[in-house]
Ligand binder design. Structure first.
Ligand code: NI
Length: 200
């Protein structure tokens, strides 16, 4: 396992549309090592997700994990999840306003509209197809990571560029009001997690 360099905004490799991983490559050591490196790099950077394009590998693999994290203590937890060839579709047509940051856009956050509930299908690192639904902030995190595999960054989706903010100014000027506006969704997300017996 190794920590890889995370590419930053402006690097052309972040704009590449990643290729699907062939089924006969899922178990290959190159794929498995890449997954290990993604996990280690994400954890080292204290991120909640990382896509292969962010370390310059144009393959459709991303990893997600939210443990208790000082960068975003309000975020509902996500157990370590490895997604190969993920595709998602919205459940219903509700959206919410997420305020996102990215390990490839250091220092900035901005307001992005995301589907409130999605169903995602992917292959896990053992080669088993998985299908699950995500709601709320977790759904936003998944959409953000799959965007990376299509060469998109959250900054592309910020409609009101006046919402762009440093982390420090987010904490000072936007966080309280934003979290207040999210309370009903966060309560629903928490309720669904408890009933699904997944970690909070
Ligand atoms: Ni990102």
């Amino acid at each position: 396992m190794a920590t890889r360099k995370i590419l930053q905004l402006g690097d052309p490799a972040l704009r590449v549309v990643a290729k699907a991983v062939a089924a006969n490559s899922f178990a290959h050591p190159t794929t498995q090592n890449l997954i290990d490196d993604l996990i280690e790099t994400m954890r080292d950077a204290q991120g909640s997700g990382l896509a292969a394009t962010q370390i310059g590998v144009p393959l459709r693999i991303c990893v997600l994990e939210v443990k208790k994290n000082p960068r975003y203590p309000y975020k509902p937890l996500i157990p370590l999840t490895i997604m190969i060839n993920p595709t998602w579709e919205p459940i219903g047509d509700e959206t919410y306003e997420n305020i996102e940051g990215c390990l490839s856009v250091i220092g900035l956050r901005g307001r992005v509209s995301r589907a409130k509930e999605i169903r995602i299908t992917y292959v896990d690192r053992l080669g088993v197809e998985q299908s699950m639904s995500y709601y709320g902030l977790r759904a936003g995190t998944v959409q953000h990571e799959v965007d990376h595999l299509d060469g998109l960054l959250f900054t592309d989706r910020v409609e009101d560029r006046q919402t762009l903010t440093t982390w420090e100014n987010f904490n000072q000027y936007q966080k309280e009001e934003w979290l207040k506006s999210l309370q009903p969704m966060l309560r629903e997300e928490s309720r669904r997690s408890r009933s699904a017996k997944t970690p909070q």
